[in-house]
Design a protein around this ligand. Structure first.
Ligand SMILES: [Zn+2]
Length: 76
């Protein structure tokens, strides 16, 4: 089972990375007994998320975004 870090949403590899487990009490909306859910976080500082090949310089340069901006640039 793969665990996801509650802080950075990255996977935690149980066999190679130290982790901390935390219990959270979740009240039942219908008045029943509360449930306890366990979550995990990296015990070491979280790493920067992998954003893949995306070049942040290109943000907003999508053709649809340029059309949208041009339609609102008529200053009427
Ligand atoms: Zn993390």
């Amino acid at each position: 089972m793969t665990l996801l870090c509650e802080r950075c949403c990255g996977p935690i590899h149980r066999s190679t990375e130290p982790l901390r487990l935390t219990w959270h009490r979740v009240p039942d909306e219908r008045g029943g007994p509360a449930r306890w859910l366990q979550s995990a976080v990296h015990a070491l500082p979280c790493e920067e998320p992998d954003v893949g090949e995306w070049d942040t310089i290109r943000r907003g340069a999508a053709p649809a975004a340029l059309r949208w901006a041009a339609e609102r640039d008529d200053h009427r």
